[in-house]
Write a protein that binds this ligand. Structure first.
Ligand SMILES: C[S@@+](CC[C@H](N)C(=O)[O-])C[C@H]1O[C@@H](n2cnc3c(N)ncnc32)[C@H](O)[C@@H]1O
Length: 377
């Protein structure tokens, strides 16, 4: 880490200045698919600059929509992303993996054939009928659009390949257009981040036309980026990073789920349903996802840091971007825990109370963003 840049960061909060302060700063590829809890790209960019050097391997073990890995891969770092959910892995791999237009177009062509020749699979009919969190899924779509969406769910289940960046890009684009309040969305009027109960007219939207438009705009954004070709995405529980070799990582920069805040799989429920989840998956998810962990002592971080300690090189930094809300002060709780392989280097807090809106009331009431910096002994 660059001490001078870190001191400057703390003094000046560069991600809040000038062009960096704009929500849409950075490549439009960051907007491949809406994701609640997404880090501001400008902040990810600054953290990558402060804590890593060109040529180093930067790992985000809770990569979500892939903001840190994408900023790392744009800045000449080798990015490694990990997340537990299919949705997050698809989004990260779509952004940092090697994609090409012909492969993406062939997938959409295959989807068109599937939708026009198949009927909906019984499992999809059953999963869909059982899930009704605010409204039924059928109520979100015009009936013919709904049939196409159901068949598209089957198509992606049958062709699923989270290791193929082309599949990931087309799938992520499909997840994005599922619901929203703008013309790109297949749903009736809803919300781009969380599927708020739909309102307004039932209008037919052709799935493949909407999908191709989104895929092409993402590819156009991606083709202009100098992405590091060796970047990779993996999928695992953060406590089991066995796919990564010992000492293979130079720097960890990550924003884990904030305690007592949003459960990502619930705020993204329709996208998780589209990824293949049934009602039982929602019921059982809290066992694996850190945000479902109700233990406010954050003791789970002892196992998380064991995993970090194995994959990180000696001297390598871990930067945790966490939050304080009314229920839990994560920084305070984490400082009470002892991580054997690590020493604490610094703690810094940034007040965010008034800026956390994005049109969503429940941001977990975060009042402070906290940066905890550790170094591996
Ligand atoms: C705050 S979000 C990360 C957001 C990300 N920085 C971005 O910009 O989109 C936290 C992520 O942790 C993931 N997660 C939760 N429990 C996990 C676990 N046990 N192993 C790996 N990932 C997990 C969630 O799926 C979620 O994507």
């Amino acid at each position: 880490m660059d001490q001078k840049l870190w001191s400057q960061f703390k003094k000046e909060l560069p991600h809040k200045k000038g062009a960096f302060s704009k929500r849409n700063w950075g490549t439009p590829l960051h907007s491949l698919c809406s994701y609640q809890g997404k880090l501001k790209p400008a902040l990810a960019h600054q953290l990558v600059q402060v804590f890593s050097k060109r040529g180093q391997t930067v790992f985000d073990p809770f990569s979500g929509s892939g903001t840190v890995p994408l900023e790392a891969a744009i800045s000449g770092r080798c990015a490694v992303s990990n997340d537990l959910s299919d949705m997050a892995v698809a989004m990260s791999n779509a952004k940092i993996g090697n994609t090409n237009r012909m492969a993406c177009d062939s997938l959409i062509d295959a989807l068109i054939v599937w939708v026009s020749t198949r009927s909906v699979e019984p499992k999809t009919i059953e999963d869909t009928a059982n899930i009704r969190f605010n409204k039924t899924i059928a109520e979100y779509f015009e009936p013919n659009t709904f049939q196409e969406v159901l068949k598209a769910r089957d198509f992606f289940a049958k062709t699923k390949d989270l290791g193929d960046p082309n599949w990931c890009l087309v799938f992520s684009a499909m997840l994005h257009i599922l619901h929203g309040n703008r013309p790109y969305a297949l749903s009736r009027n809803s919300h781009p981040l969380t599927p708020y109960a739909p309102t307004g007219d039932y209008v037919y939207k052709n799935v493949s036309t909407h999908l191709r438009t989104k895929v092409h705009s993402a590819l156009a954004a991606k083709e202009s980026l100098p992405l590091t070709p060796q970047s990779i995405s993996i999928q695992s529980d953060v406590r089991d990073l066995s796919q990564l070799a010992d000492g293979s990582i130079d720097v960890i920069i990550t924003s884990p789920p904030f305690a007592s805040s949003t459960r990502f799989y619930m705020t993204n429920w329709m996208r998780f349903w589209f990824c293949g989840w049934s009602l039982t998956d929602f019921d059982n998810a809290s066992a694996q996802f850190i945000e479902g962990n109700k233990d406010k002592s954050l003791i789970v971080y002892e196992d998380i840091f064991k995993s970090f300690g194995r994959v990180l090189k000696s001297g390598g930094p871990v930067v945790l971007h966490v939050g304080k809300n009314k229920a839990v002060d994560m920084s305070e709780k984490l400082q009470l825990l002892k991580f054997n392989d690590f020493e604490m280097v610094d703690v810094f807090s940034e007040c965010v109370g008034s800026s956390e809106k994005h049109g969503i009331k429940d941001k977990g009431g975060t009042v402070e963003h906290q940066y905890l910096v550790y170094a591996k002994k």
